[in-house]
Design a protein around this ligand. Sequence first.
Ligand SMILES: Cc1ncc(COP(=O)(O)O)c(C=O)c1O
Length: 407
Amino acid sequence: MKHLSSTETDSLFERYVIANYKRYPVNLVRGEGSLVWDSDGREYLDLFPGWGCNLLGHCPPRIVQAVQDQVAQLIHVPNTWQTDLQGLWAKMLVDRSFDAQAFFCNSGAEANEAAIKLARLHQGPEKYKVITFQGGFHGRTYGALAATAQPKYHEGLGPMLAGFTYVPHGNLNIVESRIDSSTAAILIEPIQGEGGVRIASQEFLAGLRKLCDDNGLLLIFDEVQTGCGRTGHWFGYQYFDVQPDIITLAKSLCGGIAGGAMLANRQIAGSLRPGMHACTFGGNPISAAAGIAMIETIEQDDLLAQADTKIERFAQHLSELQQACSHITEIRQAGFMIGVELSVEGAPIVAKCLEQGVLINCTQGNVLRLLPAMNITLDQIDQSMTIFSDAVCEVTGQTVAAEASSN
Ligand SMILES: Cc1ncc(COP(=O)(O)O)c(C=O)c1O
């Protein structure tokens, strides 16, 4: 296809596409690994590929191949039929997690809807409340939105679904004090992503596990961002060594193809009985083929084993940056999930990076967020982090960061 220029694309959006996103007027047309190009031929190093969905970068070859093969064989069949692909995909996820069964859907919000429903169904009509955490983010559908304890996302949209109890992040005593006889579950992102890459302590998560055990509650980890290798482990709960009853997955689950899943402990999964929940496209052959190829790529390319070196390389650059820039209040990193908190607004730094050919994100106004691909090369880390560090220093008026580490 001959693409339109970024300017021509911008005028199409201006006239025909609802402006519910703040979009950059850049028409991205092609990607390969951590590189992406716009229709004007400009190359970018992408430290935020696919908003966290492209954990293997753009167009990972095995996923491209698997989808191309699958699309020519069988595109879609409803869940009234079985496909070996969906069964094998579920097995592969379970083999790498815990004694669970899978429900498939299309997105993170849908995975969380399934988890909320399962918790209520399993616990019975008297136990329906779900405790969630301030600063958390669980999606935009009404159940997931009600679970999201950030007032800005509820503005103008009320009334919310009832039955959620919001508590501050990190305080076990307060969580305990809010549990009552109608509480069914605790839902938490082990690392708050949109909330600013806030990493729960191991003690806090272990404490939640104990509270759940003591009070007959289900512990649900929203692993939409932390799942599938993002932390350098298959799943975020393994990073913390705390076992939840349910995990929800999406984003990188299918390496950039839309797909979501809920994995629920086998003891409780049966409470989601036929007719109680469904998803037309859930676990479709294309997403299943991509999901399988995602797991195979991580294993065949040994990406979890190589993760430490890359994670450490990011950490080195970040530590040098922190020394150079007094406007950085905190750096938080868990594997390939990085938040750089500033005492100033982050948007001008995102714009500066874009101008210099590096794509990043800013969340909560002052947290620069990087969700790089786990197959980014060391050279690409050095190149992009040098540009990133320079942009942070330049925009905040500090001296340029110390020379980036060499090989
Ligand atoms: C932790 C978490 N949960 C749920 C969601 C919602 O996922 P989706 O946009 O696929 O519905 C997101 C999206 O950013 C997320 O970060």
